[in-house]
Design a protein around this ligand. Structure first.
Ligand SMILES: Cc1ncc(COP(=O)(O)O)c(C=O)c1O
Length: 385
């Protein structure tokens, strides 16, 4: 009798701590909805991890991005710079604010937002006036930048923050994939004016679904809390001066998150270990390039990803995905870049050849912190042939 090998997933929740205890506590005490001590504790945990003074919980990372856009003062018709090589959520969030995405290429070494392209867009493609920075071609105001730290690796934040200061732009970090990563010793998400995290099921920690906005700016934090809680100006009389949203996280989800935060350092350590195993084991396999880790940076190695050179490797990334699938191993290409997305054809698209190459040739490999060395060896054996 032949038994099938166990399925090896790409990235699934790792639940090995106090999740049951804390969630049961919510059920036992009746604190199951959108207020409760776990919400406050989870927010404090995230502010601590981001190194910021404030944190506001939301029901998902996309909601965190949407509200951050409004808090940042992005107005309808404004343009917002964003990485083209990303899961689509931040590009969509710009649309929710009735603004227009300006899609920026990736650099070829770390695969993050190409800050030199941002610089040339702002210096040659835009005009500075007393009332802001304006795109010379479209005439629209440019108001913010969303660097997306993809796969756990930080964007070059030193250069980006310097540009943002020069052009007076607000930086909203999409750190949804990068909780636990460091850029020159500073936690990613806590460097920009606002930062957003996601606790979706495939992230480094999860609450089932959830998100967080972090900031050092008290006014931003107050506004974020106001907008995520239906913009209540008088909670007794139900008076609202603005359109608000019900974007709150429940106490049950926050309890889940508190338990996961206790495990965060271990999850980062294990994902980095898995990344190191792949690199070592596949070092002799021709045609594979790993995402390089920049100097002064610690990636949480959320998803170990390889770029496959079809000529040197002997097959394409998608053919390799199919071989892995036949061996009951999940792997997936990167996201269709925003500038190629049929949903965003009316965005401003800067030339994005690197993002296109990464979309064509990259494959993310199983990276769960709960995976064993044997699981990773099974993946490597299929890849190395
Ligand atoms: C880069 C990026 N931004 C935003 C999100 C959205 O987060 P959520 O699914 O929690 O809305 C995700 C993941 O889902 C993501 O990978």
């Amino acid at each position: 009798m032949s038994s099938e090998p166990a399925f090896i997933p790409l990235s699934v929740p790792h639940l090995a701590g106090n999740e049951w205890t804390y969630i049961k506590d919510c059920l036992d005490t009746g604190w199951v909805s959108s207020v409760g001590s776990y919400v406050t504790r989870f927010e404090n945990d995230l502010a601590g991890a981001a190194g910021t003074r404030h944190a506001v919980a939301t029901n998902c990372g996309t909601a965190a991005l949407h509200v951050s856009m409004l808090v940042a003062g992005v107005r309808p018709g404004d343009e917002v710079l964003v990485s083209s090589m990303t899961f689509i959520a931040p590009v969509n969030a710009i649309r929710y604010a009735n603004a227009v995405p300006v899609l920026v290429d990736a650099e070829p070494v770390h695969w993050q937002m190409d800050v030199s392209q941002v610089k040339s867009f702002l210096t040659t493609g835009c005009e500075c006036r007393a009332d802001g920075v304006f795109n010379r071609t479209t005439g629209r105001r440019v108001s913010a930048i969303i660097p997306v730290h993809i796969l756990g690796h930080p964007v070059d934040m030193d250069s980006l923050m310097a540009l943002a200061a020069e052009f007076n732009l607000t930086v909203i970090e999409d750190a949804t994939e990068s909780l636990g990563s460091l850029h020159r010793g500073r936690p990613v998400g806590g460097i920009g004016h606002l930062g957003c995290y996601s606790f979706n099921g495939n992230k480094i920690i999860t609450t089932g679904g959830g998100g967080m906005i972090v900031t050092n700016d008290e006014t931003h934090a107050k506004k974020a809390r106001y907008l995520t809680t239906q913009a209540k100006d008088d909670p007794q009389e139900y008076i609202h001066h603005e359109v608000g949203y019900n974007y709150r996280l429940t106490n049950i989800q926050a309890a889940f998150g508190c338990a996961q935060m206790e495990a965060l350092a271990g999850h980062v350590r294990r994902r980095r270990e898995i990344h190191a195993i792949y690199r070592k084991r596949l070092a002799g396999t021709p045609g594979l390039q790993f995402q390089a880790e920049a100097e002064g940076v610690v990636s949480n190695c959320w998803l170990t990803t390889v770029r496959v050179d079809p000529a040197a490797f002997g097959s394409t990334a998608r053919e390799l995905r199919d071989r892995l699938k036949a061996a009951r191993i999940e792997a997936r290409p990167l996201w269709q870049p925003g500038h190629l997305s049929p949903a965003h054809q009316d965005a401003v698209k800067l030339p994005c050849p690197v993002a296109e190459d990464l979309f064509e040739n990259c494959l993310s490999l199983p990276s769960c912190s709960s995976s064993s060395d044997e699981d990773i060896e099974r993946v490597c054996a299929v890849i190395a042939g």
